[in-house]
Design a protein around this ligand. Structure first.
Ligand code: 13P
Ligand code: SF4
Length: 328
């Protein structure tokens, strides 16, 4: 393991802990070579995964795009089930492994194809825009997918006054506020982001004058409204870069940022921006956190858990994702 990797995370991971991670990281690197595998990792991975073993990191949109271009035989998706399923849909010839099958998502679990059929009955002719945080079966019942990184452009591309946007009620309302398109919602929510409140933002601002507050759009609209910027995890990271380059420093010459999202984001971005101080109000996503180094090593050793698709859903689910990727 290169010293350069440890230098990046030294202020996050004590040496004694790194000594435990290092042999796992070396074993994973050897297994990747042995099995012609790459690791695609979401921005919510812990630093030892994000900086230690990931080949490609990003938000849901970037991981989907990158999955299309993987030439290695195996993709290990260090993220959650819908991300692995999306990778398989977009690159079906590859073996796609998810280290722990319990890595679900409260949004994906909140909706079924029958719910979509009912929404279509209630709102005939209104297109269904489906967040990628859903199962292949739900995507297959949809007109087009979106992610938090492209939802505005996807909705505007449809050229309609009303859309059904499922399953995240908060994302739908946050995007509606930016598009002027009427949005019919479903009562889904992210178990991590729905817990943030405007009072949390008030506390952060009063304790940290000058702080820049950056919220994920799965947060409730009153939290997004109280923030300075909202965007996908990749857009949040880019915004930290802007603050680092051009933000107004406090009296001590430091720039302060609060990322209103899953805990590991601040750790991963802090490693890239030692010049920025991170206020850390965060909630853990238990599903993302199942991707430990040990789980990833075992996934490569045992070839588990391989993602398979229902052949009847494959073409319509892929169509909804590819339609999205053609827009942005
Ligand atoms: P991003 O697409 O912004 O990375 O979000 C994925 C996710 O699960 C956020 O909770
Ligand atoms: Fe799902 Fe929320 Fe976890 Fe993202 S953070 S995977 S939306 S439960």
């Amino acid at each position: 393991m290169s010293t350069a990797t440890y230098e990046k995370v030294r202020h996050l991971i004590p040496e004694v802990e790194w000594a435990v991670f290092e042999p796992e990281i070396e074993a994973i690197e050897a297994l990747k070579r042995e099995h012609d595998a790459v690791i695609l990792a979401h921005n919510y991975m812990t630093p030892e995964v994000f900086h230690g073993v990931a080949d490609i990191v990003g938000d849901s949109l970037a991981l989907a795009r990158e999955a299309q271009h993987v030439t290695a035989g195996t993709i290990v998706l260090a993220g959650v089930h819908f991300m692995a399923e999306t990778a398989k849909l977009l690159n079906p010839a590859k073996r796609v492994l998810l280290p722990d099958l319990r890595s679900g998502c409260s949004l994906a679990e909140s909706i079924t194809p029958e719910d979509i059929a009912e929404l279509r009955r209630q709102h005939p002719g209104v297109p269904v825009v489906t967040y990628v945080n859903t199962s292949a079966a739900v995507k297959a019942a949809s007109d087009i997918c979106c992610t938090s990184g492209n939802a505005v452009e996807i909705i505007e591309s449809l050229g309609v006054d009303r859309v059904i946007m499922i399953p995240d009620q908060y994302l739908a309302r946050n995007i509606a506020a930016r598009t002027g398109v009427e949005v019919i919602t479903h009562p889904g929510a992210c178990e991590v982001h729905e817990r943030f409140t405007p009072a949390d933002i008030d506390d952060i601002r009063s304790g940290n004058p000058g702080v820049t507050v950056i919220a994920h759009p799965e947060c409730p609209p009153n939290v997004v409204a109280a923030s300075d910027f909202s965007g996908s995890t990749a857009q949040m990271i880019d915004f930290v870069g802007q603050v680092s380059r051009a933000g107004v420093p406090d009296a001590g010459g430091r720039r302060k940022v609060a990322l209103i999202t899953e805990c590991s984001m601040s750790d991963n971005v802090a490693a890239e921006h030692p010049d920025v101080d991170f206020v850390r109000p965060c909630n853990l996503c238990p599903h993302m956190k199942r991707n430990t180094l040990t789980a990833i090593r075992r996934s490569l050793e045992l070839g588990q858990h391989e993602i398979t698709l229902d052949p009847t859903l494959e073409a319509p689910a892929r169509r909804a994702i590819e339609r999205m990727l053609a827009v942005k």
